[in-house]
Design a binder for this molecule. Structure first.
Ligand code: PLP
Length: 379
């Protein structure tokens, strides 16, 4: 049985070009980039070159790139290391757990945490972000707003928020978790006005366990780990040279292919939704309308009649269709999705959401097969 993977927001297969690059580096000499001998210098060169390529793809300076172990670490570093002492934190209510948990931790340590609500489509109102950012004392020191939601695909109005924040007398730092956006949306870091942004290689055809934190020049961030001076002292520890090189290649390719990929993903996503709708006229699409510009291309969150998302995921898996209930990270628990709750769904419905996400390898045959499997399983 050919399995259909429609869970690309959880992870994507590594691109063959990226795998080839990874293997090439692994086949080279084993060396620590901090070693002074020839092999060490070669490893250093590879990391430096990866940094330059990543910076060029993101349109920023190479000194603004910090390699990390993934989106989770980048978000932790941005929040725990970036929030200026004695200030308040502002986030949306629908952030990934790798933003919400550090926020909760900071709150326990005494930093006020102001949450911005979302509307029924999962979007924040920029004016509401501004309001929270200027609220009372202590002043807001950092605003964190994701570029695109991993569960429902809502794209947040980052440029508008950035502009409003820039007009403040004491502007807070602005961070974006752009893990789901890179390779699918334009990521104009300068015009968003962000100081910090998080990325993860495995969401865009790169290896798992490697990510990037963009840190605008001059922005102060405290390291979470203490040790050597790697990554400007911000992320000590011997670099995973092969993974970093492969990640930079994946980022370059994802940015290069973005426009073609996102229009194809949007078309496949629309086809998938139309197929599901035809099979289940009472099915409901969560988040922005299917063709809205505020929807991440190829991400669908749907409510099907009378089924709990988690149970359905298991049944679909047995039939050869890989999807997820809410976010992958939350899917091990019975908790309803905090994103769907924030969008106004009741607990029962917030447990019923099914996420289907399209990737580079997805074909029209996959879409037709997925619709057929869902129809057979739920019909
Ligand atoms: N942020 C978002 C929006 C995500 O979707 C994910 C992954 O699910 C992460 C952060 C965490 O990234 P990583 O898996 O690289 O730790």
């Amino acid at each position: 049985m050919r399995r259909v993977h429609l869970d690309h927001n959880a992870t994507t297969p590594m691109r063959p070009e990226v795998r080839a690059r990874l293997e090439e580096v692994l086949d080279g000499p084993a060396a620590n980039p901090s070693s002074l001998h020839a092999s060490g210098r070669l490893a250093r060169l590879l990391v430096d070159e990866a940094r330059e390529r990543t910076a060029a793809a993101l349109g920023v300076h190479e000194d603004e790139i910090v390699f990390t172990s993934g989106g989770t670490e980048s978000n932790n570093l941005a929040l725990l290391g970036g929030l200026p002492p004695g200030t308040a934190l502002v986030t949306s209510a629908v952030e990934h757990s790798s933003v919400l948990e550090p926020a909760r931790h900071l709150e326990r340590l005494g930093a006020p945490w102001r949450r911005v609500p979302v509307d029924a489509s999962g979007s924040v109102d920029p004016a509401a972000v501004l309001e929270r950012a200027r609220e009372g004392s202590p002043r807001a020191g950092l605003v964190s707003l994701m570029a695109a939601n991993n569960e429902v695909g809502t794209v947040q109005p980052l440029a508008e928020v950035g502009e409003l924040l820039a007009a403040l007398d004491e502007r807070p730092l602005f961070h974006s978790d752009a893990v789901q956006a890179l390779g699918r949306l334009e990521v104009p870091l300068r015009s968003w006005g962000v100081d910090l942004a998080s990325f993860s290689a495995h969401k865009l055809g790169g290896p798992q366990g490697v990510g990037v934190l963009f840190r605008r020049a001059g922005v102060e961030v405290r390291p979470l780990l203490l040790g050597g001076g790697q990554e400007g002292g911000l992320r000590p520890g011997t670099e995973d040279v092969a993974a970093i090189v492969a990640a930079s290649h994946a980022i370059e390719l994802a940015v290069r292919d973005r426009a073609a990929f996102s229009s194809r993903a949007a078309e496949l996503g629309r086809g998938l939704w139309e197929g599901l709708q035809a099979a289940f006229p009472e099915a409901r699409l969560l988040g922005p309308p299917i063709d809205a510009s505020a929807r991440l291309p190829g991400t669908l969150s749907v409510l099907l009649p009378h089924v709990e998302g988690k149970v359905l995921v298991t049944r679909l898996d047995l039939e050869g269709l890989e999807v997820s209930a809410g976010s992958a990270c939350a899917s091990g628990s019975l908790e309803p999705s905090h994103v769907l709750i924030a969008m106004g769904l009741d607990e029962e419905r917030a447990r019923a959401g099914l996420r289907l996400s399209i990737g580079r390898e997805t074909t029209w045959t996959d879409v037709a097969q997925a619709v057929e499997i869902v129809r057979r399983t739920c019909g």
